[in-house]
Design a protein around this ligand. Sequence first.
Ligand code: UDX
Ligand code: UDX
Length: 459
Amino acid sequence: MKVNNICCIGAGYVGGPTMAVIAKKNPNIKVTIVDINEERIAAWNDEDVSKLPIYEPGLAEIVVETRGKNLFFSTEIDKAINESEMIFISVNTPTKTYGKGKGMAADLKYVELCARNIAEVAKTDKIVVEKSTLPVRTAQAIKSILHNTGNDVNFHILSNPEFLAEGTAVQDLLNPDRVLIGGESEDAIESLANIYGSWVSQERILRTNVWSSELSKLTANAFLAQRISSINAISELCEHTEANVNEVARAIGMDSRIGPKFLNASIGFGGSCFQKDILNLVYIARSYGLNAVADYWEQVIILNDHQKRRFSDNLISTLYNTVSGKKIAMLGWAFKKDTNDTRESAAIYVADHLLSEQANIAVYDPKVPAKKVYGDLNYLETRSDEENKDLVSTFDDPYEATKGAHAIAIMTEWDEFKAYDWKKIYDNMKKPAFIFDGRNILDKAEMNKIGFEYSSIGK
Ligand code: UDX
Ligand code: UDX
């Protein structure tokens, strides 16, 4: 099928950058991104690109280049569905917070709503592409909805999982390790392969069956997260044995079978995908009665929770077993650098624990607004919104955030943190001045020389 028009439902961290790059590389295809959230669409259409709803290095430039030419943001979902030959579903699939599978399974209600919406309004044949990460065999459900409720038009369903990482989304999209397309119809697969083919070489475009494609996404995220939990487990052992986790990571990473990437010990992984996808994998395995498989992967999450808790426990015990009434400055709130995304960020859970011990938290993050910080804490419902407001303050300036603090906790590895005038920060803090470096980004010797009591992960 020749594709002249693409519609993408969901203008989020995945849909936005992916479609912007597809539009840039396919100037003859009209790409329309739709979303039920009017505020979000308005932000995507804002003349001032610093107001785009998501921050990704390089994204604003591509939006400027393509917006209004062949890239459009709109809330007119039905119209965009009707006009296009290919529809990407890129809506969120959060972990269920109710009913069967609560806390484990993916909530597919938005995906189902999209499928029903497409079936209802489509008057011509469509290729429907699953971009959202979904449990294996979801395509079957989408197919059933489309075929049973559609207006006698043909639908082909493809699975095309996204492997971009936030903070490097544009680079990952421009130079992907691979593009994965799962499907039954060869014609539909080739239509999508052609779109990627404008900038990705054909050897990097893998064609598989739908189920392999769906499961590969969950598996890739599970393996990546497993590496982090593995090195984090070793970091705790290092702290008890005087081994240094950076040295261990370097030594094992030089084994070409292991490789050097994704071995940074940290405060624990966050982000919208790792935890959700592993929980999903665990849930699916259990639903087939595969308890050994489920238990194996669940351990990755258990260790990650342990790592976050260990960090806050260590902070409290080092501050003479109490943080009550003490000012703790948190540098970074995003789940990693170069993004304004805070979903599942370790900072949220560490802050929540410290707040339960009556600490006063001062937050500075270069890209995360105050509204998000409070929203994340209020969402946990550990205490009232008013209490969070009283105990937490946010700052636009790191020197103000750290003034008078008893301790600094580094939660995100933002590059700018390394370049601060740490002597000035030290002079303005309560003594002894503590730094808990959850990302191992500062130099211990240098910090000790200034006078800080410095601790990091796995050393
Ligand atoms: C989401 C999923 O989290 C991820 O599993 C999947 O791989 C891709 O989609 P992300 O783009 O980061 O990732 O989500 P988010 O930023 O929340 O964007 C989803 C968008 O879909 C939101 O803007 C939301 O308003 C929109 N949406 C949701 C719809 O337009 N219609 C719906 O019915 C539901
Ligand atoms: C991940 C996958 O990498 C990507 O392929 C998939 O499409 C979506 O999920 P993302 O969550 O955006 O991407 O970021 P990623 O770089 O994987 O980082 C996830 C978390 O792991 C972050 O909190 C990060 O700080 C942490 N991390 C990463 C570590 O703690 N140590 C590392 O060595 C690497």
